[in-house]
Write a protein that binds this ligand. Structure first.
Ligand code: TXA
Ligand code: MG
Length: 388
């Protein structure tokens, strides 16, 4: 169904955060209260939201996105008080984790209360709850007085949106209201931690790692309760299984262009790049090849290989500046200097994949970043976007 879309543009303040005029924010809240969908920014990626108690609007999210019905939605809240409405009474560990990591780029899976609509949970007895640190998102929730259920604001299977161009591309004239809040600070979706059974499992890696969670839990006297898993290659579920995390069952984050990962040391990555370029050009002489890589790797490449690429996007140039991230995100998450490149790579990934499509690329070569922390989130998304 086509409709007119209203675009509200937030202003960037000196400290790097974005704010929207109250009047416009109230108008956006009004759409949600009237049972309409609103696309809004968060510190991870943009979300397409419906109010938690608007059954028809919740259904519309699935329709507009082309999302499978059995993939549950994350419920966004503005405060601990609101969170408590949607879950069973919290235990000490849950309360500790919430106070320590929220608001921020993390989602906790907990036992749901009866208030949560089945369309949100896809009939599971648990619910995924997130308290965004992004001020626009939180204020929007406050103005609604109700949680906002929101998946990432992309057509199902596509790369998640990290700026307003991406949501305008996917949802212009399909939702009545889009809020432009600038570039997403993290650029990958929240960490999903399942607190419904012990040991706690990370269902989707994000900016907050298992190691960080355990460090906090140990300091709080609870011990290591989160399963630390070094591989981000989560098992693929069979079609009949209940999806526990995105990408387990459905193809995800995929652009139109073919995605191939460059792995190993510089020599191996360069060889893979050369081989792929040769194969693709043999198939199609005028094939467009885009590379999303570090400046380091590019510096080692010979002119001949460079000349066969139609575009190079550098991690370092395409990301929000890593040093700005904590400030931008208004989050409790600290960014480790060692992992700065991984943050940059992750931050720009979805934007680069979407850019490759806009450029009509046939192939996009993407450099692997093997490390802990944010690199796990990066490799998790990248692996799922890779063409098999
Ligand atoms: O950063 C984010 O989490 C973004 C922003 C908008 O908040 N949202 C997001 O939503 O990434 P989405 O729908 O793209 O991914 C949420 C995933 C679902 O695919 C689902 O697998 C998982 O969260 N999920 C939600 N509720 C769940 C539950 N009760 N049990 C297990 N997994 C759940
Ligand atoms: Mg998604």
């Amino acid at each position: 169904m086509l409709m007119t879309t209203k675009l509200f543009t937030a202003k960037k303040a000196a400290d790097g955060t974005y704010a929207l005029d109250d009047e416009e924010l109230l108008e956006a809240a009004h759409y949600l209260k009237a049972g309409e969908l609103v696309v809004f920014p968060t510190e991870t990626v943009y979300g397409i939201g419906a109010l938690a108690d608007k059954w028809q609007a919740l259904k519309n999210i699935f329709l507009v996105k082309g999302r499978p019905q059995d993939n549950p939605l994350i419920l966004h809240v503005d405060s601990l008080a609101m969170l408590k409405r949607y879950v069973q009474p919290l235990n000490d560990v849950e309360l500790f984790l919430i106070e320590h990591f929220m608001p921020g780029p993390i989602t906790f899976i907990m036992q749901r209360s009866r208030l949560v609509n089945n369309t949100i949970t896809a009939h599971l007895d648990t619910v995924g709850i997130r308290m965004p640190s992004n001020k626009i998102a939180r204020k929007l929730i406050t103005y609604c007085g109700e949680g906002i259920a929101a998946p990432s604001a992309n057509i199902s299977g596509r790369p998640s949106p990290t700026n307003s161009q991406a949501v305008v591309h996917d949802f212009w004239n399909k939702v009545p209201c889009i809020i432009d809040g600038g570039d997403s600070a993290f650029g990958v979706e929240s960490t999903i931690l399942d607190l419904s059974k012990k040991p706690y499992h990370i269902l989707r890696p994000g900016a907050i790692s298992a190691e960080q969670l355990n460090a906090a839990l140990v300091a709080g006297g609870f011990g290591k309760l989160v399963q630390e898993q070094q591989d981000y290659y989560l098992p693929n579920l069979q079609a009949q299984d209940i999806p526990k995390a995105p990408g387990m069952k459905y193809r995800h984050y995929a652009p139109e262009a073919k995605v191939k990962i460059l792995r190993g040391d510089i020599v191996q990555m360069t060889k893979t790049a050369k081989d792929l370029v040769k194969t693709v050009h043999a198939q199609q002489e005028d094939a467009k090849i885009v590379a999303y890589i570090s400046k380091n790797l590019y510096a080692t490449w010979h002119e001949q290989l460079k000349s066969q690429l139609s575009k190079v996007i550098f991690f370092e140039d395409y990301a929000c500046h890593a040093e700005e991230l904590p400030k931008l995100a208004e989050t409790k998450t600290q960014i480790d200097e060692v992992h700065k490149l991984a943050f940059q790579a992750a931050n720009g990934l979805f934007k680069a994949l979407r850019q490759a499509d806009l450029d009509g690329a046939n192939l996009i070569l993407v450099e692997a970043v093997e490390a802990q922390g944010m690199a796990q989130a990066y490799m998790n998304r990248l692996t799922k976007a890779e063409s098999k």
